[in-house]
Design a protein around this ligand. Structure first.
Ligand SMILES: [Zn+2]
Length: 242
């Protein structure tokens, strides 16, 4: 009888809450942190934010649709310069963080150029009922030199699709965009064609420069999350200092 040699399992740990326990979500095995409920993209977000000099500009850092665990860590790190926002801030009533209202379609144009030190939004743009490229462009405009724009979107189709009509049914949106609340689907093949122009003059920072595959693996983040374009991944841009 042969003796099985077993390799000790790699110790996995959530970088947000420190939990070492993970559970399944729908059909996806072992993807959700049992401590804070985070998924791959949120754990990756915290790894990325941990690597960036968010304090450098001295300006406020905007976190839209804040992940609660990350919001608490950012608030502890940035103090009063941390600002959390959502289109529907009431949904955060039970979270012990103040969340203001921000409509990405109408509020950005009134904000001063260079007034924000950082801007973060993950899986938000698929819900926004206006021109998503213009939203990205406006965020880049309001950033201060040296400020970071960190964001992620789900990729549901090869080519970009959008329909803002209120006449679509939940079933229509689920079928076309992957979720009942989404008004668009980002295409993994044409993202740069559709949105690259919004980042003119910005410095793209590859995830590979910030995060090692092994460090991601220890946080139960798959290697594909470090590869654009997929739904676990994040884009990181920095506004150059003239
Ligand atoms: Zn966690």
């Amino acid at each position: 009888m042969s003796t099985a040699v077993s390799t000790p399992p790699t110790r996995l740990q959530c970088p947000i809450c420190g939990s070492e326990r993970f559970g399944d979500f729908r059909s996806r095995v072992n993807v959700r942190c049992s401590g804070c409920g985070s998924f791959e993209r949120s754990r990756l977000l915290w790894l990325v934010l941990s690597q960036l000099e968010l304090e450098a500009t001295g300006r406020p850092f905007f976190h839209v649709a804040p992940e609660i665990g990350i919001a608490k860590l950012l608030h502890a790190r940035l103090g009063e310069r941390y600002r959390a926002f959502d289109f529907s801030p009431d949904i955060y009533a039970k979270a012990k963080i103040p969340v203001g209202r921000l409509d990405l379609c109408s509020d950005l144009s009134g904000m001063a150029t260079g007034s924000v030190g950082g801007f973060c939004h993950v899986h938000v743009l698929e819900h926004v009922r206006c021109n998503a490229a213009l939203v990205l462009q406006q965020i880049n405009r309001v950033l201060a030199p040296g400020g970071y724009h960190v964001f992620g979107v789900p990729f549901w189709s090869r080519q970009y699709r959008e329909d803002l009509s209120s006449e679509l049914t939940d079933a229509d949106r689920l079928s076309r965009f992957g979720h009942e609340d989404h008004v668009r689907s980002f295409g993994d093949q044409d993202f740069t064609v559709m949105f690259g122009g919004a980042f003119e003059g910005m410095e793209a920072i590859p995830l590979s420069r910030l995060i090692e595959v092994e460090a991601a693996a220890r946080c139960n983040i798959p290697p594909r999350a470090l590869t654009l374009n997929n739904s676990h991944s994040l884009f990181v841009y920095r506004k150059p200092i003239p």
